[in-house]
Design a binder for this molecule. Structure first.
Ligand code: FAD
Length: 323
């Protein structure tokens, strides 16, 4: 028995979610009196992987191969499933990220495991079942899902779980699983960046604006605020529908789901479909001139005021603060 956790990286650097899932997996392993093993795919330096030992990971399997530099669902799923079999893992943990959502069902099928996506807390282990809490109905309710299969695959909701440091010593092991050529049904030949801007799904800070901005000509101050904060920009659906901003920035139920540390919503009412895409943000700041705007109900901090007054003041204050 062991807990295997898939650790994501971006261009060789571990993602924030890597430490969340590592800490989550090691706490499960402690409960189960077993060990937490991480699996990393792609070129990640040992010094970077070694950081996982601060979060209770005692072993890291590292898989490197020229064909695995880019994310390929089928191949990555086969490798993680092979890692689970090699380690005799009865629990496999992933982040409920874009790639985690694609991988988890494939891994569950390969391992004949039960799957819960979007877990928000440590499972409860009973004699013949495991109960996992997850959010449901766009975070309006909490569902308790029971898994009865011997092997379980769990994806962890970003920002739902407080990372705890737990220092152990980690051994790094090169893992060379057999990968079927059919797993490489997609070959990534080249990655062309559409923009140099910070990627929205990965952003730690997001500055987002809605119809309250009146028109595309007013986005200069949103871009400036994002620049000062090192943030990605986002928008509500009507804004991208109207062509004020690109569709790639549309956040919500029908758009991108973000989970930054800080989400700043400016002139956005806070409709349930928008909230579905931002509810796993750690801290939400709302700027709206209507004190009754629904967004204030889920905000950690709120500023009731005209965006055209508040945002320039915020930019000036941040510039002064940063010197
Ligand atoms: P509005 O609702 O028009 O709100 C504008 C806000 O700006 C108001 O609260 C107003 O008080 C404030 N404001 C106005 N002027 C100022 C000012 N000067 N300073 C400060 N504040 C000001 N929406 C999404 O965003 N994402 C989705 O994925 C999505 N999916 C949908 C799916 C379906 C099936 C449906 C039916 C709808 C969906 N919507 C989605 C639309 C959603 O219901 C709302 O209509 C939309 O989110 C509203 O956008 P908004 O807040 O920018 O605009």
């Amino acid at each position: 028995m062991s807990v295997l956790v898939y650790i994501e990286n971006t261009e060789g650097l571990l993602k924030k979610s890597a430490f969340e899932v590592a800490s989550y997996a090691s706490q499960i392993a402690n409960l189960q009196q077993t060990q937490a093993v991480a699996i990393s795919i792609g070129d990640v330096a040992d010094t970077e992987l070694q950081k996982l030992e601060n979060y209770g990971i005692s072993k890291v399997l590292t898989v490197t191969n020229d064909n695995l530099k880019s994310f390929i669902n089928q191949a990555y799923a086969s490798i993680i499933a092979a890692g689970a079999q090699k380690e005799g893992a009865d629990i496999v943990v992933l982040s409920n990220s874009f790639s985690g959502k694609g991988l988890a069902p494939r891994i569950a099928t390969k391992l004949e495991a039960g799957l819960v996506s979007g877990a928000i807390s440590i499972p409860t282990f009973n004699a013949d079942s495991t109960e996992v809490k997850r959010t449901a109905f766009s975070s309006k309710a909490i569902a308790t899902v029971t898994i009865t299969s011997p092997i379980k695959v769990i994806t962890l909701s970003p920002n739902a779980f407080e990372v705890e440091e737990h220092k152990v010593s980690a051994q790094i092991e090169n893992f060379v699983p057999e990968i079927a050529t059919t797993d490489f049904n997609t070959i990534v030949k080249e990655i062309v960046r559409a923009t140099d801007k910070i990627s929205l799904p990965e952003a730690e800070i997001v500055v987002s604006a809605g119809r309250g901005l009146k028109g595309p000509e007013n986005w200069g101050m949103i871009e400036e605020l994002a620049d000062v904060l090192g943030a990605a920009t986002a928008c509500s659906k009507p804004v991208s529908d109207a062509g004020w901003r690109p569709h790639a920035e549309h956040v919500g139920q029908t758009g991108i789901v973000v989970s930054p540390n800080l989400y700043i919503a400016i002139g956005i009412s806070g409709a349930i479909q928008h909230l579905a895409g931002v509810s796993s943000s750690k801290t939400i700041v709302v700027i709206n001139k209507d004190p009754e705007a629904p967004f204030f109900k889920v905000a950690d901090y709120g500023i009731v005021g005209d965006a055209f007054v508040v945002v320039p003041q915020l930019i000036a204050a941040l510039k002064t603060y940063k010197g």
